[in-house]
Design a protein. Structure first.
Lengths: 290, 271
């Protein structure tokens, strides 16, 4: 009993920074995981990765002007993310170019700018902070920001749920019955940016997309309906957050990568064991007559 | 005299600078059942997109009767069949015009979805995942969605492509039912025998209007020959359309047959 307590509870009970890290990563999962499900279903998983890179120059401008301060870096990240999301979204909606190409073009420009700006001032330690985050150093301000983003994300998903599903399932149909098609696409890209910016405080720009995509990709192997898929993705995000932080604590590993690797482990297990995974597809050839 | 449901006023639709439907004029009466025929590339699908409002006119306009509710079934659906949804989810999308973004689906709504699935022969398929349906079953489900939409104007773009004869027969019955209920129906069809059997009116397109009216009259050999001469390819060195020159033809074509251009019940849809 006491061993289990020491293993699972004591790290959180004894240390405030672990509790804050837990609260931050759980709230992050609450918003980012359902957004990740829609990102995946729109075949935009890699666009999420691109967006994560795209917020870097904004955060870098905040960092250049104000140092390692949460608010300027966050606002900078949101502005840069919004510029790239709107730019790439507009190019794909109004020209012949598809979103994967326009997103790649915008994020590459953005990433190069970001690295350039950070190198103008910071040391490599600062660059590591922006790229990989510090979940163990979340303060009250950062937690409030992550909590606000999670609340806003859940409220937006509740309001726009039907339009998001219709936009993914049959976009031409939505355009024929409603003018919401384009607005809902941009609302969605806005949610992606917000959650990535929320995530980069804890996990850094490179890893924040991991908590968005990996639980969603894992959940796809277990269920064939969107609602349950979102709920399961959140549950996987919670599990990865808790196990990642414990792993980080006990094995003295960096916490961000530990959380993402935990989600990665659930993903690999889901490929193997999920009802829509490899085992079920390859093993057991019984079939019904009709 | 019946009222117009749609008026095409010197309508040009296209892509880039190339016209796919060129200076089309004419009226679709309320409650009419019209086949739209023509070779590939003759502008049939483009016209449907224009009426549905997903493609804006390059010139001219489409006037739609006030508050007309449109159901549009495109030829190349952008439907993502791998999306994790059930048949009932797809058909329930047809409730959008009634319930919009936030309206709660009522027991009546659910009954209408069930009724639509029964009407297309998909009772018992409610919980089937979309990626397990055959082409014919998916087309039936899409017809069920049109049923649920309860629209005044129904646009079907090549709904019988790659569909077996039994399903075609069932879907044709549905189209006749809609016609019987006084709805206006436009269907893009390639099978001319089916057109002769089923559709009282036909619009024969070859980028421009070749003929439009009674089906037997429209599908006369002379008209079919004119339609066949139509050259599908766009030409980069095609001459620019000169409005004055065209206006002359336009006035001539419309003499006496479309007096309702500025019917008071019509709303300007696009300019």
């Amino acid at each position: 009993m006491s061993a289990a307590y020491d293993l699972l509870v004591a790290p959180f009970a004894d240390f405030g920074f672990m509790r804050r890290a837990l609260a931050g990563s759980l709230m992050l999962s609450l918003g980012a995981c359902p957004v990740g499900v829609f990102l995946m279903l729109r075949r935009m998983s890699l666009a999420g990765d691109a967006m994560a890179h795209a917020i870097l120059p904004g955060a870098a401008v905040g960092f250049l002007l104000f140092g390692l301060e949460i608010l300027p870096m966050t606002i900078g990240g949101i502005v840069a993310g919004a510029v790239v999301a709107l730019g790439a979204g507009a190019v794909s909606r109004f020209t012949v170019q598809r979103e994967d190409a326009s997103m790649a073009a915008f994020y590459l420009i953005s990433l190069a700018l970001g690295v350039l700006m950070v190198s103008l001032r910071g040391s490599s330690v600062d660059l590591m902070h922006v790229l990989f985050g510090t979940v163990l150093a979340l303060d009250g301000e950062a937690l409030a920001l992550i909590g606000g983003i999670a609340a806003l994300t859940l409220a937006s998903l509740a309001v726009f749920w039907r339009a998001l599903v219709a936009e993914c399932l049959d976009p031409l149909f939505l355009r024929s019955v409603s003018r919401l098609g384009s607005p809902v696409h941009f609302v969605f890209l806005g949610l992606v940016v917000l959650n990535l910016v929320g995530g980069f405080q804890a996990l850094g720009t490179l890893l924040s997309v991991g908590l968005m995509i990996l639980p969603a990709a894992a959940a796809r192997f277990w269920t064939s309906r969107v609602g349950p898929m979102c709920a399961l993705a959140v549950a996987i995000g919670f599990t990865a957050s808790i196990s990642g932080l414990l792993l980080s604590y006990h094995a003295s590993l960096p916490s961000g990568p530990a959380i993402i690797l935990s989600a990665g482990a659930v993903y690999l297990a889901s490929i193997l064991a999920g009802p829509r995974g490899i085992m079920r597809a390859r093993v057991g050839h019984r079939h019904k007559t009709a | 005299m019946t009222a117009p449901c749609l008026i095409f006023d010197d309508l040009t639709l296209g892509y880039g600078s190339h016209a796919a439907v060129h200076h089309l004029g004419g009226t679709v009466e309320k409650g009419s059942l019209t086949a739209v025929v023509g070779a590939n590339g003759s502008g049939k699908s483009t016209l449907m997109k224009g009426i549905a409002g997903v493609l804006k006119p390059m010139a001219g306009r489409i006037d739609r009767a006030g508050n007309v509710r449109i159901a549009y079934l495109p030829q190349q659906s952008e439907l993502d069949r791998s999306f994790p949804a059930r048949v009932v989810d797809l058909v329930s999308l047809g409730l959008w015009p009634r319930r919009g973004l936030l309206g709660r689906h009522t027991a009546d709504d659910r009954r209408s979805v069930r009724g639509a699935l029964e009407a297309v022969g998909l009772a018992g398929f409610e919980n089937r995942a979309l990626d397990t349906l055959s082409g014919g079953q998916l087309q039936r489900a899409l017809f069920a969605r049109v049923l649920v939409q309860d629209a005044d104007l129904i646009l079907l773009d090549e709904p019988f492509n790659a569909i077996d004869s039994r399903t075609v027969a069932d879907l044709v019955l549905l189209i006749k039912r809609w016609h019987g209920e006084g709805r206006t129906v436009l269907v893009v069809v390639h099978d001319l025998e089916l057109v002769r059997r089923t559709f009282p009116e036909t619009l024969l397109l070859a980028r421009q209007k070749v003929a439009w009216g009674d089906t037997a009259e429209t599908l006369r050999p002379q008209n079919m020959l004119r339609a066949r001469r139509f050259h599908e390819a766009w030409e980069d060195d095609a001459p620019w359309c000169e409005p004055e020159e065209h206006e002359h033809v336009h006035i001539h074509e419309h003499a006496g047959d479309h007096g309702a251009h500025h019917h008071p019940s019509m709303q300007k849809a696009a300019e």
